[in-house]
Design a protein around this ligand. Sequence first.
Ligand SMILES: Cc1cc2nc3c(=O)[nH]c(=O)nc-3n(C[C@H](O)[C@H](O)[C@H](O)COP(=O)(O)OP(=O)(O)OC[C@H]3O[C@@H](n4cnc5c(N)ncnc54)[C@H](O)[C@@H]3O)c2cc1C
Length: 477
Amino acid sequence: MKNTGYLRPQSLAQAQAMLAKHPDAQALAGGQSLLAAMKLGLCHPTHCVDLQDLPELQHIKRHPDHLWIGAMVTHEAVANSEDVQTWCPMLAHLAGGIADPQIRHVGTLGGSLANNDPAACWPAGVMACGATVVTTQRDLSADEFFQGLFTTALRPGELIVGVKFPRITSAQYLKYEQPASRFALVGVAVARDIQHKVRVAVTGLGHGIVRWSEAEQALNGQWGVRALDEVLAKKEGALSDVHASADYRAHLMAVLCRRALAQQTGELAAMPRVNRHGANPASRTPEAPHNAGCTPEQTLSGEHVLNATLPRVWQALLDPVILQASIPGCSTLRLLATHHYQATVKVGLGPVSAKFETTVQLTPEVEPSGDAQHAQCRLHVSGQAGALGSGQAQVQVHLRQVGAQTRLVWTADPQLQGTLAQLGNRLVQASAQRLSEQFFERFSCALSGEPPRRGAWFFSYALFQPLHRWWQHFFRK
Ligand SMILES: Cc1cc2nc3c(=O)[nH]c(=O)nc-3n(C[C@H](O)[C@H](O)[C@H](O)COP(=O)(O)OP(=O)(O)OC[C@H]3O[C@@H](n4cnc5c(N)ncnc54)[C@H](O)[C@@H]3O)c2cc1C
């Protein structure tokens, strides 16, 4: 290794002056790529200009129209930031899925973008969100910034200061990772902005981040997995190497795109199951990808017979007062628009107590009219539990009149992100099932004007005890 000078500026202006004075110097962020490249003799900067003391590059801040993440913010800080989790949970989960804890604690957003590794995760998140990279000289759109294999629009001496992420209504990133490094063999980010414009960004496919325009076009026409049925995963530009053939990379792109989309639209239940044991090798479904913190597919369901006629049950489902009384742990419920509510719900998930800021959108699909014996509605529930993570569920409710009673059948596909998702499948499934049971227990009481029965609480306590034991056992391991 050749001798290299080490410079430690205390302001952005000083850093720029140092880089101007030493044209062959290089900025040093966490050194995760730069130092390795230097050790391998791949680059020989005369000086490393360490950016760690520059306050301008260190913070995360929410603005009315964008989220700011400074260039020197580490992946770990992004993953744990409440601001990021609230603004766009996908970014927190993307950062939390990078490499291992050591790398996440020193690797930075700016370093990752400037490096523009063809299999890195950050370029996918930045590109799918249509973010703006702010440098010491200008603002660059993601499309302008990334220019192929390890290449960006950065000029000599130009530094990334931070990234502006616009508002996004929904986004997901999934990668099928290399087991050794956790870099993406292929990773796909699908994001939908507030104008409902969709961007699909693919990393790991070829020589850098690319947008999949055919998929974007199809999803702009129809926001759902079916829109992708006719879209062919093109192999042009896909890389063949020791890790995967171009065919396989293109196949992964298509599968991950569908899954990333299905997690947002609630269509997971309709997706093919992951082939873990090679039962159907012809389908070549990949092993479970890193799913950015979401629990794998799991559909919950239940059936209840209610002592009321179909029109009465329907009316009660649309009544915010009955809804609030039925949701376990609901302290406030505010009407935002017709059938659109905002609620604060405290949920006991095993030994963890999480307070969810929740929105519930109810969509009547088949209304009871005339002699019709059935009705149907859909609820989209989305909740944020701060640093613990977030969750969403699509709940499908079918009602059928049977004599003087109504049979109610529901299915739900809860998905959790962040720490909540790491609680483990069985625990999450049991808790979600319990909450759903409690909801209908309370709903049934509210329908008949009774207070909730003691049995509901007993049921929850009886379930809580084995869960708590399981939790303690889990942490003693
Ligand atoms: C084993 C391993 C596994 C990894 N797995 C993943 C993964 O799964 N997904 C993923 O996305 N990434 C992964 N990474 C990449 C890692 O997370 C870092 O993001 C990346 O290596 C950049 O490191 P750094 O931030 O320390 O930047 P450095 O290594 O310090 O710098 C990298 C380059 O960026 C330049 N630079 C740094 N900051 C700036 C700035 N503000 N302005 C202009 N130029 C700048 C430097 O001059 C240098 O050229 C992995 C890395 C390793 C070593």
